[in-house]
Design a binder for this molecule. Structure first.
Ligand code: FE2
Ligand code: FE2
Length: 273
């Protein structure tokens, strides 16, 4: 059970004059990815079979992610009553299956698995913070504020467990950097792109690259320095590099410069695709 429910959202404050159609498209894609999190919870339970305490926490975590899906779904349907979530989600799940019967982590170690989870959680926290700060619609801002706080709390859950497994498995910094980099690159995999395709109701055939770029062009330019600073800094922390140290500060400034250039390029080329 999460710390809040759909009843805590002030739905009656929805301001239709401030609805942003592009933001509604983002909400439609995000609600399906979040709603699909039960399978990730099952995967984590199968990767940590001898750790019932963590498995219980992972099950609670998955429930909170599913709730994110429900609240974003409700918002998307209020904003666009023609949005058929059941139909879009059925297509999404049919085309994007998650392996849940794994005996061991695809990241090579349990510590690595938890590093990857940290990357995802801090990435989503930064993502919803950027959406909150770039939206003028008050209900969407409130939803994003609550979800961003949850995602940061999830980061702390996985980070504390990662430290525990790091003490047992002694995974090197370079191995953790590789896991984090691989997970960052995977954020351009099919999941979000296909969710965007299914949610936007476009009739043209699915094109992974176009949909990846279309989603990214609608989200990444909304990030400000503080969103990237927090997200990248917490990622550095998860791999064992102090974000406030000289190396950490240098890497964060470099990441921001590269990110901003990339986001500006996306906006120029793909904002209308
Ligand atoms: Fe979430
Ligand atoms: Fe999360």
């Amino acid at each position: 059970m999460g710390l809040w429910t759909l009843n805590d959202i002030p739905w009656d404050r929805l301001d239709r004059s401030k609805l942003d159609p592009e933001m509604v498209k983002i909400a439609k894609a995000a609600c399906m990815v979040e709603y699909h999190s039960g399978d990730y919870g099952a995967y984590l339970c199968s990767v940590f079979p001898g750790d019932p305490e963590f498995a219980a926490a992972a099950t609670d975590w998955a429930e909170e992610e599913i709730q994110h899906g429900k609240v974003l779904r409700h918002y998307a349907q209020l904003a666009d009553p023609s949005f058929d979530f059941d139909e879009a989600f059925a297509r999404f799940v049919a085309g994007h299956r998650i392996e849940i019967d794994a005996d061991e982590s695809i990241r090579g170690s349990r510590c690595g698995e938890l590093v990857a989870r940290c990357v995802v959680e801090v990435g989503t926290s930064a993502h919803y913070s950027a959406l909150r700060d770039s939206s003028e619609e008050p209900v969407f801002r409130e939803i994003c504020r609550r979800i961003a706080a949850d995602e940061f709390r999830h980061y702390k859950l996985f980070y504390s467990n990662m430290k525990r497994y790091q003490a047992l498995e002694r995974v090197s910094t370079i191995s953790r950097v590789k896991v984090a980099a691989k997970r960052l690159i995977e954020s351009t995999d099919d999941e979000l792109a296909y969710a965007y395709h299914c949610g936007s109701g476009e009739t043209r055939p699915y094109d992974r690259r176009r949909c990846t770029m279309a989603y990214a062009a609608r989200t990444l330019p909304r990030y400000r320095y503080e969103h990237v600073e927090l997200g990248f800094g917490m990622t550095l922390k998860a791999v064992g590099i102090k974000p406030q140290g000289a190396l950490g500060r240098f890497l964060t400034r470099l990441a921001w410069a590269v990110f901003r250039r990339y986001a500006q390029g996306l906006q120029r080329k793909f904002a209308h695709t």
